[in-house]
Ligand binder design. Sequence first.
Ligand SMILES: NC(=O)c1ccc[n+]([C@@H]2O[C@H](COP(=O)([O-])OP(=O)(O)OC[C@H]3O[C@@H](n4cnc5c(N)ncnc54)[C@H](O)[C@@H]3O)[C@@H](O)[C@H]2O)c1
Length: 333
Amino acid sequence: MVVLVSGGAGYIGAHAVRALQSAGHTPIILDNFSTGHREFTAGFVCVEADVGDTQAVTAAVKKYGVEAAMHFASFINVSDSVHDPRSYYDNNVASGIRFISALSAAGVKKFILSSTCAVYGVLQDIRPLTENDAINPINPYASCKRMLEVVLTDYAAAYGFSSVLFRYFNASGAQADQGIGEWHEPETHLIPNILRAAMSKGKAPLKIFGNDYPTGRTDGTAVRDYIHVSDLARAHVAGMDYLREREGCFTFNLGTGNGASVLEVLQSAEKALGLRIDYEMHPRRAGDAPFLVADSSLAHKELGWRAQQSDLESIVKSAAVWEEKLATLRNRH
Ligand SMILES: NC(=O)c1ccc[n+]([C@@H]2O[C@H](COP(=O)([O-])OP(=O)(O)OC[C@H]3O[C@@H](n4cnc5c(N)ncnc54)[C@H](O)[C@@H]3O)[C@@H](O)[C@H]2O)c1
């Protein structure tokens, strides 16, 4: 299939583009490069446009014969969304809806949304989350995702515009051999920040927020479900195949089911890199859940998908190779 990939110049989208191509599909990137990287689009067809630009989206669908779309394009920083919700509702919701409507009007009927486990809010429970758990977004970033989920549910019922809503847990790792990996400015995610602390050789220790969470683990640091970005990319190809045979709106969690605490991730990095990494302990941050781990059994049952590369060692090693390449790339910019 010819698949339009919004945000294909970003971290997860770039991995999906390559997974689509390996599976025999034709990806067409659509990105406005607000946070994306031209380096990630080399060798692929790329339309430089905003997802909210109806004319550009319609023209791309016609020109390339687009049959399906994946929507990664979004602002992704939770704290920015709290301080500047307008730009989040504008970019992630208003432009997102224009994108979906333009595709629908142009005859595209298959769509995959990058959603997030943040739609579940701050649970105190120490158990994996299923898709049937209560929805309670607690910041504008998560509310934006939930709004698009609702729009897509209604579009499936009214217009036969079918979609898969993927709620990712913590995307991590890289396909550094293909020149892609996590590249956010600023970087708020744990694993790149652990690696940067390691590279700083004690000058910029990792900041850890909270070691008194009730997680069922002795170290008390927050537990998350780290999923390799290549596993996420494979899920998107499986999701596309799933929509070939069905109509409707389908929601799946994407994670491993194995949580790791912040200190456990740090220890894996120390082992993988063979060195000690300094850290500082700080009080809890408002809005951080103690335990966010996926029950992905539905994705396994329906899509035949399960994480294959998401053991912490593989994740950290692949991220470390990428982080070295990234240091060179950032120096060039
Ligand atoms: N990284 C994670 O751990 C994580 C977890 C859950 C969900 N997600 C979701 O996955 C998606 C991809 O995340 P990422 O980490 O790859 O982000 P990223 O910032 O690396 O990539 C986003 C891409 O979208 C593009 N973009 C943004 N707004 C656009 C617009 N209006 N028009 C065209 N292009 C636009 C950017 O230029 C960039 O290339 C996002 O929707 C994010 O909310 C990410």
